[in-house]
Design a protein. Structure first.
Lengths: 80, 451
């Protein structure tokens, strides 16, 4: 599972898919995760980095991360 | 290093299209406290979910409505509609303010008496009054509003048998231009049924016709319908005076004034569309004052307003149980209260606000209750900040009908507290327990042994 290579992202949370013409916005944590994702960081690495920075339990983050990936999949932003 | 506040990651598709001409909300409204009392603290002390009623708001609503009518008409009396909310504490606030009681069942009648309302200040409405209840009401000098001919003839028979002379009114149904027409209660004006009932009462020496009553509908958005209703009641009163020489003491225009809740399917919120109580007052009092009654014969105007006086005094506090992503990608949140407690969510898009500060980011969410039942939906679509398990929400304007129409179904009904005028919370109805529920159950002997 990888973020599609041609997807453009900005630091402010704007996301553009040139393949479909669709635009998206994400909140700041979402943008950070996308940036990590683009850097090919693993799921565990992302969890570690976010948990170190934000006040969140690992279990909660794991659940939310699964939900975030499912949103990316629904929006056709992933290469399976 | 202190960690930053967490918010779950989300992504939203940006849709290009027509911009909503009303714009979008600039900021999410957060309600962390009710009249100075923290939502978190209330939930900590009384549990979740929790109904909260503001005594201050009830009194404010009553005094406002009373002032609006009394500055327009010299003889006005409100009668608290028990079915709207018959918690004793709530009823007593209204009675302290000067309300009579308007009841529609035997048990409500007994509640009103127990709340200290004199029998002569209880209006007994509704289609279901037993012979015993009619006799009791007659002996207590209550105002019996007759709903149908069977009741009329029962009352005639009972009055003769027990040598009573009850004070009665008839409920009149009529065409006020409103759909649906509420013609199942009372006697019809247009087809002459009401006049037939009046004539029968006037021919009976045991019945004392003192009033005329109507209740044209519920959540009425059109004040002109009340003008039509008032005209028709005035006409009947006038005709009674002409034909029988009897002065009708009061006209009861019933209830039906809306609250500022938003009905499902409305384009604009209730706060923007619902007529103010002054518009209803103008419609009714202009007709009665202009009808031609002599000043000393102006009838007492009775109002059975319920919803408009209590809805915005009630709140439901609840807690997020879970967030779920639906199969079509929509976000949903499961709350610890459902349609069993919040019955009015079947017809209102209730205003829902978070009870804690959150981020600026919001998402459209389906708000579900905790019931194992597909129809347990509080809001089909509401924009809320990103909630997490354990967060609290406040549902607004829930004071009318929920605490009487709620169901004990799957979960137990929660505590209700009243915030007094100094914002001090009082428990006024305890949360139900299994023991309470089972106190009315009886297991036959042959099933009593556990296998």
């Amino acid at each position: 599972m990888r973020f599609k290579k041609n997807i453009a992202t900005s630091d402010t949370g704007f996301i553009f898919n040139p393949g479909s013409g669709d635009s998206f916005s994400s909140n700041s944590i979402g943008s950070e995760i996308l940036a990590f994702f683009k850097e090919d960081k693993s799921r565990n690495e992302i969890i570690e980095l976010i948990c170190a920075k934000y006040d969140v339990e690992k279990n909660q983050l794991e659940k939310d991360l699964d939900d975030f990936f499912s949103q990316l999949r629904d929006h056709n932003l992933l290469d399976e | 290093m202190e960690k930053l506040r967490y918010e779950r990651p989300i992504i939203k598709k940006l849709n290009v299209g027509f911009v909503n001409k009303f714009g979008t909300q600039a900021k999410n409204e957060v309600v962390t406290n009710l009249e100075g009392v923290g939502v978190k603290e209330l939930i900590k002390e009384f549990g979740s979910p929790l109904f909260v009623i503001s005594e201050k708001q009830i009194r404010r609503n009553y005094q406002h409505a009373s002032r609006v009518f009394k500055t327009r008409y010299p003889k006005v009396q409100f009668a608290w509609s028990y079915k709207t909310n018959y918690l004793n504490a709530v009823c007593k606030v209204f009675h302290q303010e000067g309300s009579w009681a308007e009841v529609v069942s035997g048990f409500e009648y007994e509640k009103a008496l127990a709340n200290g309302v004199p029998g002569s200040k209880i209006i007994f409405n509704g289609p279901d009054k037993t012979d015993d209840q009619l006799v009791t009401a007659a002996r207590n000098n209550s105002l019996i509003h007759i709903d149908h001919f069977d009741e009329l003839y029962s009352l005639i028979k009972l009055s003769e048998e027990f040598q009573l002379k009850p004070k009665v009114a008839i409920r009149v149904n009529m065409d006020t231009g409103i759909y649906p027409r509420w013609d199942r209660f009372g006697f019809n004006y247009e087809n002459g049924q009401a006049w037939t009932a009046i004539s029968r009462i006037m021919s009976c020496e045991h019945l004392n016709l003192v009033g005329l009553h109507c209740h044209i509908g519920t959540f009425m958005m059109e004040s002109s319908a009340y003008a039509i209703a008032a005209t028709k009641l005035c006409q009947l009163s006038w005709d009674i005076s002409e034909k029988f020489g009897r002065h009708i003491q009061y006209l009861d225009l019933g209830g039906g004034f809306p609250s500022t809740n938003t009905l499902k399917g409305s384009y604009l919120p209730g706060t923007d569309t619902v007529p103010g109580i002054d518009q209803f007052a103008d419609a009714i009092t202009d007709v009665i004052l202009g009808f031609g009654f002599r000043q000393e014969e102006l009838p007492l105007l009775i109002l059975e307003t319920g919803r408009a006086l209590i809805d915005d005094a009630g709140y439901l506090l609840g807690t997020v149980l879970a967030n779920k992503r639906l199969s079509d990608g929509r976000s949903s949140t499961v709350m610890d209260f459902g349609v069993n407690s919040l019955f009015t969510s079947f017809w209102y898009d209730h205003k829902v606000t978070p009870a804690q500060e959150g981020g600026q980011y919001t998402e459209e969410t389906v708000l579900y209750g905790p019931l194992c039942m597909n129809i347990d939906v509080i809001r089909e679509n509401v924009v809320l900040p990103l909630l997490k398990k354990g967060d609290h929400l406040v549902v607004h304007k829930v004071g009318a009908y929920n605490m009487t129409q709620w169901m004990q179904f799957i979960t137990l009904r929660p505590n209700i507290v009243l915030l007094d005028q100094s914002s001090h919370p009082h428990l006024i109805r305890k949360a139900e327990t299994l023991e309470y529920l089972e106190s009315v159950e009886i297991v036959p002997h042959h099933l009593s042994k556990n296998s």
